[in-house]
Every structure is written in C-alpha cells, then in structure tokens.
Design a protein around this ligand. Sequence first.
Ligand code: 5AD
Ligand code: SF4
Length: 456
Amino acid sequence: MTIKHALIRNWGCQMNVYDGQRMADILVKLNYQLTDDPDKADLVIFNTCHIREKATEKIYSELGRLYPNKPNMPPEKRDRIVAIAGCVAQAEGEEILKKSPIVDMVFGPQSYHRLPEMLEKLGRKKGTKILDLEFPTEDKFDALPATNVTYMASSPKPVTAFLTIQEGCDKFCSFCVVPYTRGAEYSRPAAKIFAEAENLLQQNIQEITLLGQNVNGWQGMGTDGNQWSFARLLYGFAETFPQLKRLRYTTSHPRHMDDELIRAHGELPLLMPYLHLPIQSGSDNMLKAMNRGHCRDDYLRIIDKLRASCPDIALSSDFIIGFPNESDKDFADTINLVNQVNYASAYSFKYSPRPGTPAALLTEQIDEKIKSERLQILQQLLNAQQKAFNLSHIGKTLPILFEKHGKHAHQLIGRTPYLQPAYADLSDTKIGQEIDCVVDTLTAHSFAVKPIHNAA
Ligand code: 5AD
Ligand code: SF4
C-alpha cells in the first residue's frame, strides 16, 4: 500500500488536541503518515473551535492562504482531500460546503470515529461531498483504535497525555455554544478510562490530564460495578497506577466541586496542586444572567475549603468581560473577587455573542471600547498576580517533570506542579523524570532551574 500524508491542524481547547490525536490514531491505521507540510498532505483536517467570534472567518482565510490556487478547481480534478472538523463544522455544517468549494468533508466532534467510512465513500466517487454531523448512538470511544503516542511528536516521545473521560454539557450557560456543538453530558465507564490510561503508561506517559467540558461532573460505572463519583475515580487512579507520576483534570464546574473532591486534593499526592475553576464573573447579577447556577459566595466558599484541604493549591479561572448589561459595579465586583482569590494564572475574554445562544439575543450589548478598557484593567491585575505567584517560588525547591528539548543543546524543558514552565541544563536521558530543582530566575513566564543533586 502506498503511504499517504495527513496534516491535522487544531484550534481551541485541549479536547480538540485530544480529538486530533485520536483522528491521527485512525489515519495511521489507514496507512497515513502525519506531516506539517501543507503541500505534501494528501489529506488536510482542520479541527476547529467555535467558542468565540471570527472562528469561521479564520478557517476560510487559512484555507485560502495554504491553497491559494486551488479553490476553484473542481473536486474531481483534485487529489488532496480537505476536511473541516470540530465545533465550527458542527455549528456551520452545510454552509461550509456551500461557501468553500475546496472543502470535501465536514464532520463534527461526535462523528470523527467514522473517518474510515467517510474516506472510503469519498474515494469511491471523486467529487462526492461528505457531511456528518450526527450525534451517534454508539460509543464513539469504542470505535476508536488504541492511542499510539509515538507518532504524535517526532522526537522525543511525549511524557504527558490527555485522556477524555467526560464530554458535552447540559448546563447551558447563556453565552456558550458548547452544549450545541458537543452535545449532552456523557461519562465514560471507569474500566474503559483505566484501559486507556494503562495503554498510555505502557508508552512511557508520566502525567495524565483528564479532560471533559464538565470533567468534575463525571459520574459513571466503577470497576467494582458500583456507581462512582469523580473523586472516587481519582482515588481509583491512585490505587490502580502507583507508577503514574502526575494527575491533572480540566475543565471543572463550580457546581460539581463537592466535599469529597476537595478532600481528594488534600489526600492524593498524585493529584497536582493546580485547579482551573472558571467563575466567568464576580457579579451575582451577571452570574444569574449567564445562567451559571452558582453565586459568587458559593465560589468563594469552595476556594476557602480547597485551600484548607490543600494549602498550596494554585488557582486559575476564566473571565468574560462585557457580558450584556455589565455595569461598572458588576465589573468592580469581578475585580474585587480577583483580589480576594488571588490567582496563579487566568484567562479573560471579551464577551462575544454566539449565534444560537440566548445571550446573543440580549439587546443591551456593551460598547466595544468599554469592553476593551475593562479587559485591560482585569488583565493587568491578573498578570500582576501571576508574576507575584511566580516570583514567590524563586529560591525554592520544586519537582520538575522534564518533557522535551529546550532551545539550546543539553537544555530540557519541563513543568512545576503548578504548571509553570521551567528549563535546566540536563541531558536527554532525563526526559520523563521528575527531578527536584532550585528555582533560580524568572524570565517572562519560565523559570531557570538547577537540579539540587548533580543530576546532569
Ligand atoms: N464569549 C467570550 N468568551 C466565551 N467563553 C465561552 N463562550 C464565550 C463567549 N461567547 C469563554 C468562557 C469559557 C472559556 C472556555 O471560553 O470563559 O470558560
Ligand atoms: Fe459552556 Fe457553561 Fe457548559 Fe462550560 S458549563 S461548557 S461555559 S455551557
């Protein structure tokens, strides 16, 4: 069989990265090799994100940039297959095929396990267009081949991996497209999650990040036949995989941050002391309008309990600025909450009306200039908090899990338990090892570190 080349480009969240890897798993079985070269690619997949505006425009302009001479060539004359996958595909569907003749396939996040059939159909009749946006009744994950991390990065082999355990969202925050693009909440059974983790460990993976749109809302069949909570699953990881070095999870919803999970943060050394817990706004008015299902005090109580359980936990969040009707007072409440919590890092975005979501219909949209001013004030504060958090580690000893080569020879890059990047002069053999290092200096967002023993 001849070897074909596939280029997969991901936008958006970590789950898209995971989905892109799973598509690669399928394609390798179909005798494709992965490439970064758009000219060499026989198959191009854009795995897209629809969370904020301009996503669709970006896809069209990127297609035009990569293949400027191809758009008007009839499909039956073209050898290269172009596919749009992910959340833009799910949201825009047939519109993409109409607008962009260069595209042959459009499929959503719940259909990519059917890639072999789609490619087969396309191969049978040149010029066919494929549109698959069905939410399957079968288990997508069951239909996927086992993950093979070796071809994802040419060198060195990765030591960290993502593992989707939960997908979809039933919360319907009024600003968010996710419930429409990813579908209803679904939790994979623990046995299947553990089988996937076992396979990753056999490939030298040292750190696993569990993924889900509401990852801590996971609840499913345990390996003992009983219904498990998310916290029970984490304890299950610690019991089943004593050789695993680090466990993380993202993204969490405050509504599922229960006492058992908070206790796990204090009790499980495997669980890294870092939590991304989006609140979106510090104003109760906004939280209500956003349909978040929790108020500011609920969130602050969770933070207090988390810090009592795991005193060194580093916190991160997402904020939306300029949601319809956001007043100066609402914005001041957000600033005040940020000052109260003191974040190690955080993401903040201007509100962007998404077609089909309830908030997009609200008439009291905030002026762009005000959004920009507020965002700048918030980001200045968050950056200052991040810098102070990072500086507080100078001179301290932290375990660094080294992952890959740095810019210079004999330099490796890794991460602290709090996800800060760190680099040290070390030989390649230390990739995959967790080494205690003293933090020397901070440049931008990375630490220069030195192993405390002569580990080079
Ligand atoms: N506008 C701006 N930001 C949004 N997010 C989700 N939807 C929107 C939107 N319409 C942000 C939220 C979420 C993160 C993934 O993206 O903060 O937590
Ligand atoms: Fe979107 Fe809200 Fe669901 Fe998160 S919880 S994915 S923000 S609808």
